[in-house]
Each structure stands twice: as C-alpha cells, then as structure tokens.
Design a protein around this ligand. Sequence first.
Ligand SMILES: NC(=O)c1ccc[n+]([C@@H]2O[C@H](COP(=O)([O-])OP(=O)(O)OC[C@H]3O[C@@H](n4cnc5c(N)ncnc54)[C@H](O)[C@@H]3O)[C@@H](O)[C@H]2O)c1
Length: 361
Amino acid sequence: MEKITYNFEYGKKLKVCFIGAGMHAYRNVYPTFQYAPVDLAAICDKDEQRAVAYARQFGARATYANHLEMLERERPDAVFIVTSYHPDGRVQATELAKDVLKAGAHVWMEKPTAATVREVEELMAVSRETGRFVMTGLKKIFFPAIEKAKQIIGSPEFGRPSSFYIRYPQDMAPFAERADLRNCFSFLDHIYHPASVIHYLMGKIGRFSYEWEPHNGGSVTTMRFLSGAVGVLHMTAGESGTSPLERLEVVGEGANVVVDNGVKVTYYRKANRPAYGRSSSFLVDDDQAPLSWEPEFLLGQLYNKNIFYLGYVPEVLHFCESVLAGRPPEKGTLADSLEIVKLFEAYRTHPEGTLITLNEA
Ligand SMILES: NC(=O)c1ccc[n+]([C@@H]2O[C@H](COP(=O)([O-])OP(=O)(O)OC[C@H]3O[C@@H](n4cnc5c(N)ncnc54)[C@H](O)[C@@H]3O)[C@@H](O)[C@H]2O)c1
C-alpha cells in the first residue's frame, strides 16, 4: 500500500500555476496539494479578487486575471486548469490547455477535456508538437475501489472479463435537441465519469446501441467491447436524490466483482455452489469465501477523506510523479479522453435504436 508524503516533506517540487478559482477547485483540487510535490507559484482567475482569496488560503505567491500574462511571467513546469463552460456549451479548458502547452508547460485539467473528437485530436497534435503532455482528472479510475476491481479482473484466477454492468444517474435530452451543445451541458459534464470507468476496466467499445425513455431522459446502452466482452450502461435518471449513484459489476469465469457506492468492493471468488437441495449452510470454506473491503470512517486517517477515496489526491500524484520523472502519464491520457468523447459524440449524432460502430474490430 502506498505511503503518502506531506507537501513540506518533499525534496523536489514542481513549480505550478493554477487557472481557475472556482467551487470544485476549492473543495477538491487545491487541497490535494497538501500531499503532492507542488510549489504553488501563482493563481489566475478572471475574477482577480477570487484569485487573491485563494492565494491567501492555499499559499500561492502571486495572482493574475490573465493566464497568458501568468504563463509569460511565471514560466511554470505545469499548470492545473479547473474552469467551466462557454455560453455555447464548449469547454473553456480546451483552449486554455493549448495555450499552456505552447508556453512549454505540462497540463493537468479537470474533465471534460473537450466536447468534440476534433478538439481532442487538435489537443493531441499540439501536445505532440510541443513535447508537453495533458492529463485529464478522470478521478474515478483513481478510486482505490476501482483500482482494486481492475487488479482483480486482471488476475488469472478471475478468468477473462466476460460481461460488465455500470449504473450512473444521468439524463439525455431528446435526440432532436442534442445537436445544440447547450442542451448537452450536464451530459457532457458527467459522461466522462462512467465512460472513463468503462474504458479503464473493459477497453475499447466496438459497437453499441441504446434505448432512451422520454419521462426522465434515462437510458440503457448495450455494448460489445473489442475484447469480445459485453456490457451495459444504465443511466438511471429519475432516481432518488438519496440513492447511492453508482454500482458496477464485472463477471469473469466462475468469479465476479462488485463495487458499490465507490467504496465497497466485494470479490466473489471462484467457488462451488453448495449442493442444491442438500446444503444446510451457505457458509462455504474460507478459501472460497467472498472477500469484501470497505473503509472505516472513525479514525483521522487519510483513506477516509474524500480527496483520497474519490481519487483526487491519487490523480494529482500520478500527474506530478509523471512530470518529475519526465514520462507521460499512463492514466487520464488524451487517448483515454478520445474514447470518451467518441462515445459522447455518437450519442449526439445517432438516435436511439440504431447500431453504432465506435471502433472497428
Ligand atoms: N471531478 C469532479 O468530481 C468534479 C466535480 C465538480 C466539477 N468538476 C469540474 O470542474 C470544473 C469547474 O467546475 P466549478 O463548478 O468549480 O466551476 P466554477 O464556475 O465554480 O469555476 C470556474 C472558475 O474558472 C474561472 N475561469 C474561467 N475561464 C477562465 C480564464 N480564461 N482564466 C481564468 N479563470 C477562468 C471562472 O472565473 C471561475 O472562477 C468543470 O470542468 C467541472 O466539470 C469536476
């Protein structure tokens, strides 16, 4: 298990700038720097009073209202971008990321990376030209529970992952309205969450189709992966606000794993079903029994802070360690974002009930 180093204990740190002094960044991104090799040099927000307040709170030395001026003056190693949306629905961070790459710094950006396949491909081209990389904060693939599921399904005992299910509460506008990006704001904002998990655990989607219901805008998508496995994405729009959001399950060969509510992992290991009609107990031998993990929430531990179990610190650490080592990140790559945005674009351009090819076998 990885041991965490506190910010002040690091010998070598990255010189970092931050674009965006908004709500999510305050709650979940700046606080990760307590545990990362980061020297926060400057913060930029169009609202400079906000930047000043954040600089005071999180220890930055300078503030700016213009990111180009900040990049020119500060010459950072890396820049974190946590901004929002243009009025027409486009993602503000996409263009900002290009500016940062061109200024010679690496980029960590919040999802969504971009709203279209073309924009992600353009970002890939600028990244190649400048030799600087872009990592998107796909937090869910850094959840310790999802990483555990990935490790389990990759083990020989689990067998080949054969089928998959994930639920996520999200609606989609009627098909005719999806051409206008403004009607897809919430869908774009959230599709990166379940889609990043699907891609991380199951690989590329070959083809898919979906059915959509008009009352809540919920949907059920069935997909075949290039691996040959099959999967379901259940977008549970209309569920109660008190319900846990997510559940996923992967079935292997004689084994399956379930992740509930992002923190509870149950591994049903290969086991024989107790003799039908004859077994008086459901308690199988210990070497076949299911394994189950969930955090305790009593001690003042790091693992039960949301910035750890929701993947925020791990994703920032992955980025910082990659930059310090001079190698591109392995997770949250532009190639990952491309698969996600291909799926998003396909929902926008194909009506329910059609069979859509995303990647040729
Ligand atoms: N991963 C997660 O769990 C999670 C959760 C919530 C939000 N988010 C993402 O975080 C991002 C921000 O969301 P939010 O709700 O905090 O938004 P917000 O509107 O509160 O913050 C955005 C900030 O960016 C600033 N900004 C925009 N363009 C700028 C520019 N060119 N230069 C300088 N500053 C600029 C704005 O002034 C604002 O202060 C979104 O991409 C959202 O999808 C992720």
